[in-house]
Design a protein around this ligand. Structure first.
Ligand code: ADP
Ligand code: CO
Length: 347
């Protein structure tokens, strides 16, 4: 039996705040501890074809996007092998890839982002590639637009660049997670069902059919991108929160404006939006923000000092209304929930 070479990497989920593959965007990469993908890539002369097992099941690698990623990585490896004769010819061997997501796949929690980021970094590690995270982000982008950001921690800008073919589009870090230690995020898993419309085809339909989308990328996003960067640099939570919510609304408006329309938010998602607005109104300042990617699951941002208030409200509401118990409130950091009964009533 021939030698098996292998390497593993994990990649965390990132949540897009400005969610546009056709424009520059900003995202927050969540901590590795929480929602993550773990991928092991191996290769051997004995392997007969490239294969991927995702959460224990065989998963197709035969998409043009995935094939492009694999061939880019092999090309980099070939360059190394051409320079150094003593290196094993890994670029000529087939790959076996095993991956596990510790959160729902294809449910709008950016499994594609973490998935492709982990896939690419595991193969890059196996191949001992010298390329930087920014270089790899260019490959990851071809797999899943948002994946280029999961190669970085913290606050990441995905710059679209100037070139038509997107070759100069890459991710760069705005600030590490440690820059804003008070920032917290909590995921509300509204549904772990696989969504009807995969993100990429949804986005393509929106780009093609929504006039509102054109307006959004020309008139709305460029300015918001700069403001969002500023809010992060200044750790201005109310500004960050307002921009985040407005951008989520704007993105989902373009989904509805697509033809035929795309619905990612469900009734529960909409109720969460109402609840957060109600909370901010009652407090008289913005202490919490919601955002939704291409799916019904909410990401709630808040500052640590407001944790019990925000999570207390969510907990009280979801555990007291019939049928809402199904919602699984997972905090990304263990919450100390002090239930304030006045928050739970009347909502
Ligand atoms: P999501 O909102 O979860 O990102 P998408 O529709 O954008 O949903 O992408 C889901 C697809 O991403 C999956 O069907 C699968 O093809 C791919 N994917 C998800 N996780 C992984 C993984 N760990 N490794 C490789 N590909 C993955
Ligand atoms: Co995705």
């Amino acid at each position: 039996m021939a030698k098996i070479y292998y390497a593993s990497r994990t990649a965390p989920v990132n949540i897009a705040d400005l969610n546009l593959p056709t424009n520059s965007s900003i995202s927050v990469t969540l901590s590795q501890k929480d929602l993550r993908t773990l991928t092991t890539a191996s290769c051997s002369q004995d392997f007969e074809k490239d294969e991927l097992w995702l959460n224990g099941q065989s998963h197709s690698l035969d998409t043009p996007r995935t094939q492009q990623c694999l061939s880019d990585l092999r090309k980099y490896r070939e360059e190394l092998e051409a320079r150094d004769e003593s290196l094993p010819k890994l670029s000529k061997m087939h790959l076996h890839i095993v991956s596990e997501n510790n959160f729902p796949t294809a449910a709008g929690l950016a499994s594609s982002a973490a998935g492709f980021a982990a896939l690419i970094s595991a193969i890059a590690k196996l191949y001992e590639l010298p390329q930087t995270a920014s270089d790899l982000s260019k490959i990851a982008r071809k797999g899943s637009g948002s994946a280029c950001r999961s190669l970085f921690g913290g606050y990441v800008a995905w710059e679209m660049g100037e070139l038509e073919n997107g070759e100069d589009s890459k991710a760069v870090e705005i600030a590490p997670l440690s820059h804003w230690p008070d920032m917290k995020a909590c995921i509300l898993v509204v549904s772990d069902d696989k969504k009807d419309v995969p993100s990429t085809s949804g986005m393509q339909l929106t780009v093609k059919t929504s006039p509102l989308f054109q307006h959004r990328i020309e008139k709305v996003v460029p300015q918001r991108f700069e403001e969002m960067k500023k809010s992060i640099m200044e750790k201005n939570f109310p500004l960050f929160a307002e921009l985040t919510m407005k951008d989520s609304n704007s993105f989902h408006a373009t989904c509805l404006d697509s033809y035929p329309p795309i619905f990612y938010l469900n009734d529960t998602s909409k109720r969460i939006i109402k609840l957060i607005n109600l909370l901010n109104e009652s407090v008289g300042e913005i202490i919490a923000a919601y955002t939704y990617d291409a799916g019904p699951n909410a990401v709630i941002y808040y500052e640590h000092k407001n944790e019990s208030r925000v999570l207390g409200l969510l907990h009280a509401v979801f555990s007291s209304v019939d049928g809402w118990q199904k919602i699984d409130v997972k905090s990304l950091t263990p919450p100390s929930i002090e239930l304030d009964p006045t928050w739970g009533s009347g909502v």
